[in-house]
Design a protein. Structure first.
Lengths: 283, 283
């Protein structure tokens, strides 16, 4: 069973706070220090028993930690690593829980001290809600957690991090950072901005029409209520895959438009059926 | 309280069967005859107590009915009206529960005998599931039901149909057939085909990526599992609005692509925020 003495949680939001609660529940680590920009949030997290102590200074929070968790938006990782690198003690493990990988992993691997072990992870869990109010210790139970090792990843640390995620209930799987970003552009990042585009389209047509939305529309656009800041960050760090995949989505919508214009309803039926069959696989 | 002696239910699927169950629950009508193409389904509906008798012939099923409900896909309405028009007795009310309006209402109003009263209705209820297995008597409880009268609609019949929907729990609202079709193109029909296009995009990239879909993707694409036949029908009869609105959606996706290419993340944040604020209205 994997154990840590002190965890430093950098970024105390939904994912970070749920991770902290999971660590406690599984008795993997009892001492957890949080750091972040907003003192009010850190005080609330301490009151809820998510963290024991906090600091507004990331480097300060990392001192003596043997596990450091980057749980801020991915766009901040490079700056945070610069801030904390001289405060991380030798032998510590650093993980992140970011939704994109390729862009920052290379930089972190260059920046991080030789005797500190970085392993990048992405738990596929979340909610349209954000913040510590939505945090729960079972958020990662039965969730998939992707680990994206590179040729620079330390084998022992990799094994330990895999064990850690398994202990808090996740199913662990490995892939390269590049494949990770292609996969999640297609099943998460592009669907996300598409949901926002569907809502924005109603704003363009007539805002008041939103009142006629049924349960299907609510489901389809629920993720459009997530934090714009968080998603801008994700888009930024997975930009090229998203540009490519939005292009494919636009082509598909253009095809449907053409089918309608040309009254090619057999092609439309076949299109809808292809989508139906693929979607049913995950039902 | 509105009462009918015999209801003829043309098309015994999710909506039709739920409507029949609602009529029974509210004791609005005790005798219900179903008609449709598939005898197996009609037998099953009779066994479940949804209908009392059935016919494979729509005209036969309409005899002596004082309420006739068109609950087949909208594309079949014109043919059905031709089939049944000579069998409808004077004074009967004919309603439909179709998701589009403009295209067929004009035709029905021309076709239907002078002493038969047609009122077009659209209950905003449904499910990604279809068929009588998913039917339930409370499907329309608190659901919105849009009534789309024209200058040909009989006032007395209109009042009676409104009362009928209210009695089974729906909130009733009126608008013109033209506005109805614009509204539902934007909040239902285009979001629906967009959900299918999002799934189809993964088929184009790499089918196996579907395994990495999280709960957000599942929500966003749930409606892509609905019946392709039903949706082709809807697209067909609301074609022009959908072509226009898909065009606006494509423009929005092109805008996002451009923002990414030009690193205009402030514009992207503002786009996502506009969508978030509008979506939150219906949460």
């Amino acid at each position: 069973m994997v154990k840590f003495k002190k965890t430093s949680l950098i970024g105390v939001g939904l994912i970070g706070a749920s991770f902290a609660l999971s660590l406690r529940e599984e008795k993997i680590c009892s001492t957890i220090t949080g750091s972040g920009r907003t003192e009010k949030n850190l005080i609330a997290a301490r009151e809820k028993g998510i963290i024991d102590t906090y600091s507004l200074n990331h480097a300060e929070a990392c001192k003596d930690a043997d596990l450091i968790v980057l749980a801020t938006p991915v766009g901040s990782f490079n700056d945070i690593i610069s801030e904390i690198r001289d405060s991380i003690r030798n032998g510590s493990i650093v993980i992140d829980v970011g939704s994109t990988k390729r862009d920052f992993i290379k930089n972190i691997e260059t920046q991080i001290p030789k005797d500190v072990f970085f392993v990048s992870t992405h738990p596929i869990a979340g909610s349209d809600r954000s913040g510590i109010a939505a945090a729960r210790p079972d958020l990662f139970k039965d969730a998939l957690c992707i680990i994206t090792p590179t040729d620079k990843t330390n084998e022992e640390a990799l094994t330990k991090v895999k064990e850690l995620w398994k202990q808090i209930g996740a199913r662990v799987m490995s892939m390269t950072p590049e494949e990770h970003d292609r996969v999640f552009s297609s099943v998460s990042h592009v669907p996300h901005i598409a949901a926002s585009a569907i809502v924005k389209t109603i704003a363009d047509i007539n805002k008041s029409y939103i009142d006629f939305a049924g349960s299907g529309f609510r489901d389809t656009t629920r993720i459009a209520m997530s934090s714009p800041e968080l998603w801008v960050d994700i888009c930024k760090s997975n930009k090229q895959n998203m540009i490519d995949h939005i292009g494919i989505l636009i082509n598909n919508l253009e095809s449907i438009k053409t089918m309608l214009k040309e009254n090619d309803y057999e092609a439309l039926r076949s299109f809808l059926n292809t989508a139906k069959e693929l979607r049913r696989i995950i039902e």
